[in-house]
Design a protein around this ligand. Sequence first.
Ligand SMILES: [Zn+2]
Length: 486
Amino acid sequence: MTIHYIDTNAYHDWQPGGESHPTQGRRYKHATRVLQQLANEGAVEVKFSTPRGPFLEELELVHSDEYIQQVLSDGECNEWSGSKPDQAAIAAMFFGGTMQAVEMVQGGSKLVVNLPGAKHHAMRTHSSGFCVFADFAAAGIRFADTYGKRVAILDIDVHHGDGTEVLLNERNDLFTFSVHEKGLFPGTGAKDESDKVNWVFNRPLASGSGDFELLAAVEDFVEAAKEFQPDVIMIAGGADGHYSDPLANLEYTELGFARAVRLVKDAFAELPFIFSGAGGYTPDDYTPAMWLSAILALAGKTDQEIIDLKIVERVRTVVSKRADLYAPQWVSADQEPKELHTEILPGFFMGGTADDDTIDYAKPLSTFEHGIPFDAVVTLYSWAQPMPWGIEELRYGFADANMSHVDEDRLHRIAQWAHDRWKEGKRVLVRCQAGMNRSGLVSALVLMRAEYSAEDAIKLLREKRSEVVLFNDAFVDYLVGLEAKN
Ligand SMILES: [Zn+2]
């Protein structure tokens, strides 16, 4: 099953209380990088999309005008001190991502993931518990009022989903079921606060409870949901019930968590699912691993398949490589190189093409006052126009995606061709669309023929052209793996 995954670089900058705050946006980035790796390997099918901002009328479904104004105009709320318009904008994007998920479900998507969603503590007039805008409650209302759909919300974050519950508890067409640790923040959610008439259920678990108790609670959800007959299931998949989490005392494992959501998936196999990450405070290992395990289960993976994918190890690997070899996976406009080409080493250039389908280099030869600046060019971007310069040009168009469709022999012949000419003293340009990934891959292969290690080659390219050259992990993995083989 295709995973429709909503993410953007801005999500990763979520840090409402600075570096010492438990909530860190990098947990989303780590999850995304591993998911992208799995997609590159063909282990899962993922369609990535970026969130849209929220519409005012959507925020008004669950929040007062004064509160919306306070956050969006003044940049203020209880989750930070003073005015932080950048964090307010990110919080709005989290909300917009979930509203976009609603539209994607309406468009036929069966599994949509917006990890920064399920801000289940936010209330009508104020933020609470790291939650600014109540996206799940708003999505439920949107489904019900605009599309006439009944929504069951299962909240397995370790904290009681009080905001979602309060905002929806008057409605009998929206079902909330929260499984949480008893006695933790926000202190509500006792079993006797359940209300079957309005489809509000709470299942507090004693401190120390683990997978067994989680599964039993989720079985009860499934039974009640069958009676409710939902059209859509939304899961607030907080990872903070994990045994390693510093903010709680439950003992869930990644596999137990995956089984819990699979139980729901199996019971409602025909229905669309929205999965969001709610809380989780071990950003560099278990929080992303919990989320990914659940997403994989929803996408149809078995326990054994999830085990074999070694998710925690993968998260730790992308985290440990983040600081040195691996660059950000997506790039903002200001990180792109300003120059069309860059001299990496004397006579060896790497570059891009100017626009989507045209290149500045295609301009009349007279514009080069001092003659054509190159003797040979490698073009790796199939839309680029040929160089009208009367010099040697070798073209190989391949996608800036994964390695599975790249003809490796051809790739190495091209690198050899460029290397040989450069070593003969010719000026060689390797170019692709933006001059980052495909040209980075071939340029690194040229440098590796000149005795550079993969890591040093990548480092040099980043120093000279842009720190985000080769942000495509699949290409980096290939280069590093190639070196290991030799
Ligand atoms: Zn939580």
